[in-house]
Design a protein around this ligand. Structure first.
Ligand code: PEP
Ligand code: MG
Length: 611
């Protein structure tokens, strides 16, 4: 799906805005995975993908001009919609997010697009829909063949705009979610991270999907937005009707359809209980994350959106352990962020976080992540394809813009940079050579940068974990990205619900890899953190503490829970638990063992995952 509220090929069904006709009244419960805690109660809105069929219809000569007019009207309508959207998004989310719609509105006025359609209608005497579809195809093929990478990558925008014009042409009403005045729960087969970002306000209060994985970026974004979400519910869009009342229980991973009044009341009181528990947990905000036997841990925040900075501070983060800079690209798409935009953002993050560190990860696009929206790439095996550092080095101009800005911002606060998806030393050397080149350029231009800027890498590819000792000689720090490390070492797509049962952070292979990385970092004297989701799970945190992890970075709202764990644990006990866990043979054996150990060693018991 594309990155706007109601893209032409993923429209709200007509039923979403017509008087609803739910066909069933019975209470039903569906099970999935809770990926973003919280409870949302609202009416279902189903998002369906739909490619409109376009037929070639010959038209009479005397009808040609009215056909052209019809096309011009649809262009105008599309432009108005886009500008209106731009304003709405600008008001609710800022100019950064709104610029995509402005760029799209410019495409609608571009004669190299519009004149071609008109010519086709006139010369071939065909219907506007057909002419548009033909020109769209030609344009997409032309863009794809450009030498200029940036132009080549704009195919997705051409498609987005042309789809929208096509929708208007066909007289299909274009509905926006904001037209709905009551709270809604979005139900979809799948949602991209950019779709999810756009759900950042009323009326959307929660969502559920058929596809997805616990550590998919859609799930991560849902958590960042505090939006209750359940994923992996089979055939969801077939089982639930538009406008049926739905409860999304993001704690338990359930959807309750047509709940009774008593059930709604019970869930409402659960919301209050959770809020109260959260308030209590936040009381530890100013306390240090230190174990009972004085072992000091740092708890940092992962953020994707600048707006999360306030959450990081509110939940007591000691710095930003991961800023996923790719979300800056998606928010600007189809435009690329300028060097100045990068710089201003990184400077403000670094200053707001100082004296704590602020780790900016260079863009990790590709794979399933925003690739189509931003770089237009389509690969058979995207997760094993051009993503992370590989993609940065391929799009070196785009990358240099970011690196220059990072180096310029490095004189503010305590900024560090980190590269994603490093798989070997050669890649690290290449990127460090590029950084040196940019440093020289900046020196020549008399632009300040920090000569001692720390450069670290994510350890998220098994090969990197296995040679962590070698990589440690050339890196200033490591951050273990378990979301990908698990995906790649256990050979399971982190976004694929069919294999999510194999997503086992306590798999012995994983624990050995993690231990190896932590030990290698300690041996080389460099800090090792973890910014994968594993670090935010109370049970896993006990094991990670025991393996010697000292910096945990996570979604801000998880910090108080993990701090509680740290403060009620004894490091000595955790070490023993980890040692014994490493002797077990399966993830299940390890989990049972850890639960049992925790139950006996933690006086208050382990705080449940759902708080
Ligand atoms: C990871 O892979 O664990 C990680 C933190 O990076 P991302 O989730 O953005 O891939
Ligand atoms: Mg990763």
């Amino acid at each position: 799906m594309s990155s706007r509220l109601a893209p032409a090929n993923a429209m709200l069904t007509d039923r979403a805005t017509r008087p609803p006709v739910p066909t069933r009244k019975d209470v039903r419960t569906y099970k999935g995975f809770g990926v973003s805690p919280g409870i949302a109660i609202g009416r279902a809105v189903i998002i369906e993908r739909r490619e409109a069929s376009v037929f070639r219809v010959p038209i009479r000569e005397e009808d040609v001009s009215s056909e052209v007019n019809r096309f011009l009207e649809s262009l105008e309508k599309t432009r108005e919609e886009l500008l209106e959207l731009k304003q709405k998004v600008s008001r609710s989310m800022g100019d950064e997010y709104a610029s995509i719609f402005e760029a799209h509105a410019m495409i609608v006025r571009d004669p190299s697009f519009t004149d071609k359609v008109i010519q086709k209608i006139e010369s071939e005497q065909v219907n506007a829909e057909w002419a548009l579809a033909e020109v769209q195809e030609e344009l997409q093929a032309r863009f794809q063949s450009f030498d200029d990478e940036y132009l080549r990558e704009r195919v997705a925008d051409v498609k987005d705009v042309a789809d929208r014009v096509q929708t208007n042409l066909q007289g299909i009403a274009h509905h926006e979610l904001s037209e709905i005045t009551h709270d809604v729960i979005i139900l979809a087969d799948d949602l991209t991270p950019s779709d999810t970002i756009h759900f950042n306000r009323r009326p959307v209060i929660g969502f559920a999907t058929e596809a997805g994985g616990r550590t998919s970026h859609t799930s991560i974004i849902a958590k960042s937005l505090f939006m209750p979400a359940v994923i992996g519910v089979p055939r969801l869009t077939k089982m639930i009707d538009n406008d049926e009342m739905v409860i999304v229980d993001g704690y338990e991973g359930t959807l309750i359809v047509n709940p009774t009044q008593a059930m709604i009341a019970e869930y409402q009181s659960r919301v209050l209980r959770h809020e109260e528990a959260e308030r209590r947990l936040l009381e530890n905000r100013a306390e240090p994350a230190v174990t009972k036997d004085n072992h000091r841990i740092a708890l940092q925040a992962n953020i994707e959106l600048v707006e999360e900075l306030k959450d990081a501070i509110r939940f007591g983060a000691e710095g930003i352990g991961l800023y996923r800079s790719e979300f800056l690209y998606i928010s600007k798409s189809p435009l690329l962020p300028t060097e100045e935009e990068h710089f201003q953002l990184y400077r403000s993050l670094a200053e707001a976080t100082a004296p704590h560190e602020c780790v900016i990860r260079t863009f990790d696009l590709g794979g399933r992540k925003l690739a189509r929206e931003v770089i237009g790439s389509k690969e058979d095996n995207p997760v094993l394809g051009l993503r992370g550092l590989r993609l940065c080095m391929k799009h070196v101009d785009m990358f240099k813009t970011q690196l220059r800005a990072l180096l310029r911002a490095s004189v503010f606060g305590n900024l560090k940079i980190m590269f994603p998806l490093v798989s070997g030393v050669q890649e690290l050397r290449q990127v460090k050579t590029l950084v040196r080149e940019i440093r020289r350029e900046l020196d020549e231009q008399g632009i300040a940068h920090n000569p001692n800027l720390k450069i670290g890498i994510m350890i998220e590819v098994p090969s990197a974990a296995m040679i962590a000792d070698i990589l440690a000689e050339e890196s200033d720090f490591f951050s273990i990205g378990t979301n990908d490390l698990i995906q790649y070492s256990l050979a399971i797509d982190r976004s694929n619900e069919n294999v999510s049962y194999l997503y086992e952070p306590l798999h012995p292979a994983l624990l050995r890899l993690i231990k190896g990385v932590i030990d290698a970092g300690k041996h080389a004297g460099i800090p090792v953190s973890m910014c994968g989701e594993m670090a935010s799970d109370p049970l896993y945190a006990v094991v990670l503490l025991g393996l010697g992890l000292e910096i945990f970075s996570m979604n801000p709202s998880s910090i108080p829970v993990i701090k509680n764990i740290v403060r009620s644990a004894r490091y000595r006990d955790c070490r023993r638990i980890a040692e014994l866990a490493l002797l077990k043979k399966t993830a299940q054996e390890i989990e049972e063992f850890v639960i049992e150990s925790v139950a006996t060693r933690f006086p208050e018991g382990l705080i449940s995952k759902a708080i």
